[in-house]
Design a protein around this ligand. Sequence first.
Ligand code: F6P
Length: 475
Amino acid sequence: MTADARGERADECTVVSNRGPLSFRFDAAGALEAVPGGGGLVSSLQPLLAGSGATWVSVAMGAADRAAVDEGRMVGDGMTLLPVVVDDATYRAAYDVVANTTLWYCHHHLFDLPRRPRFDRYWREAWEGYRRYNQAVGDAVADNAPDGSAVLVQDYHFSLLGRILAERRPDLRTVHFCHIPFADPNMLRVLPDAAAAELLAGLAGYGACGFHARRWEDGFRACYADAALAALAGTSTAPRTFVSPLSPDHESLTAEAAGAECERAAATLRAQTGGRRMVLRVDRVEPSKNIVRGMLAFEELLLAYPEWRDKVVHVALVYPSRQGLADYLALGAEVAHTAERINHVWRTPTWTPIALHVEDDRARSLAALTMADVLLVNPVRDGLNLVAKEGALLNRADGVLVLSREAGAWEELAGAALGVNPFDVSGTADALHRALSMDAAERRRRAADLRALVLARDASDWLDDQLRAAVAPSA
Ligand code: F6P
């Protein structure tokens, strides 16, 4: 952390996120085993905070994490870890039902409106759980943060925390940073009136709210400007806002990708693709990532441009996410089924068109990003998409980025990527063909431009922007 942006003392800063840098599971013998926290947020924050002396407040995510807290095993790497423990029912209500099944879907515009959401009495009980969860984290921060210090709160799990902190500790300089899109007013109006009001009032309690892209900031401000929502929230005044796209930590990521483990993984991938061109995707299996349409576009590439048959492999590295949610499990099955069907139709004795890997393997992911001829990033809506920027930074093959115009990263990378409408399977197939057919000079130019765009900002710029934006809510 280069926390000198405001003469800040790094060890007085508090960062809050649901998932912390360390989580635990029980091994087969029932012993606690540490696993590094996953997801772009944690992997970006970890190298920035390590050794800084900052406090990282997170929430114990299950029985193993809670046992690790009891045994004093949540210990940070040059920072203070402050894991908050809530009971399992409260956690499931807050994380599974409200954060991930309601707010995440709402902000991604992914509600299946003819059928869901259904805001019944059980959902209202879950909302109570979300309140208790925000309150528990609010108490931990309020009890520990030094006078007047900066508190950087990450993501949609903490929509209510701004107001809680403003009431208990008005001296704190608070920021909320949203890693996902923010809903347009019409979508936010799907929430029950009282919940929408509480959410907007909760966020208005922060000193400032940050976003990866201008369009999510616009959506947020539009919600406060919407007459119906403003009437519900009792305010039409949005808090201060700012836009600060995250970038990968150049130094640590480049060093990791150059390590021996990644070299070994690269050799294995080379053997698997047999010297063919590689269309890569690296994603968690999440409904926003659009993995099935990506595979259908790859199949249409084989249909419409037969010259690519046996010449290209779609390497799909898609890793489990939020396994407690039925929709995510069903999506995983649909992804596997789609890959299997396409392989069944197109495979030859020596060529398997889709190489699907579903075990999370970071070394393999980074190795693949260094090698890809085409990186396909086609989310239907995405706060940023860090993989697009990681690929641009690491790729050594003048790889072409085929990027959804609905990803926040599009705002930064449009000049050098090939844009796609993620809903248009044929259009995506055409973009893959264009990327694979591009002449060497254009590939080199685009890859260099992409890299320059990513190098223009480092992860520490993003953290410094938050520190600069941190003000007390009444300031
Ligand atoms: O989907 C967005 C996001 O919250 C990211 O900000 C974060 O990296 C990740 O998901 C965390 O996911 P999980 O629910 O697995 O902790």
